[in-house]
Ligand binder design. Sequence first.
Ligand code: ADP
Length: 251
Amino acid sequence: MKIDSVQVRDLTHSYGRRPALKSVSFSLPIGVTGLLGPNGAGKSTIMKLMATALPVQAGSISYGDLVLGKSPVRDVRRLLGYLPQRFSIMGTSTVIRNVSYAAWAHGMKGKELSDAVEYVLEVFDLSDRAKSRAVSLSGGMRQRLGLACALVHTPRIAILDEPTVGLDPVQRSELRRCISRIGQRSSVLISTHLVEDLVGVAEQVLVMNEGILCFAGSVVELAQAGVSRERAEGLSSGLEAGYTAVLGASR
Ligand code: ADP
């Protein structure tokens, strides 16, 4: 799959009569793309559509030659790792069993499976806890276990819906480091409403508001969008000011 081959074009979605996405278009390069926006902006809907958890109603999503809704769903899912906002783990099983099961469910076996499990436990700093029961993990570790399960098969496209929710600042920075490593070889889309989650991690930022994509650019460009507002309103960072500015301009 080539760089920039994740293409979302004119994606439009409604729940009943209520529009949730209005003609959203973007592409994802290899690396981390942050999806920002307030509650109800449409972030989870984009992610569910991209993860094949919802059928595409209008517009298109393509991954290289594969087109969602047209190509066999099994072929599409093979490329994907998806961490929904709420995910389940097997609490009474060990960490390594949870991750091994996820690898097996993605079609891995034998040495390929055991190597992948070992690698992903190392990436997510869980090697020391491999034999612990999942229920005994802290919130941050549990979130990292969810990511390890979603990403053990090294998906070309990783879709992570608010993976930092409920984590303290130290746990969030650990998670950022792990996500950067995954972004070295995959296209990663990560949603958050905390702009600081994206600093030093995301090459590209998308900002959604009320179903509309109101900004697509680099972290630096987003900060530049807020230069005057930062001074006027005393916002804590240029990035936060940029985020507030593009949201304000879209209303
Ligand atoms: P975000 O992830 O940015 O918080 P969502 O994609 O969850 O936004 O929601 C976008 C809009 O769609 C919101 O107005 C939300 O209330 C609505 N919505 C989301 N899921 C459903 C659903 N299953 N049924 C009806 N409306 C929904």
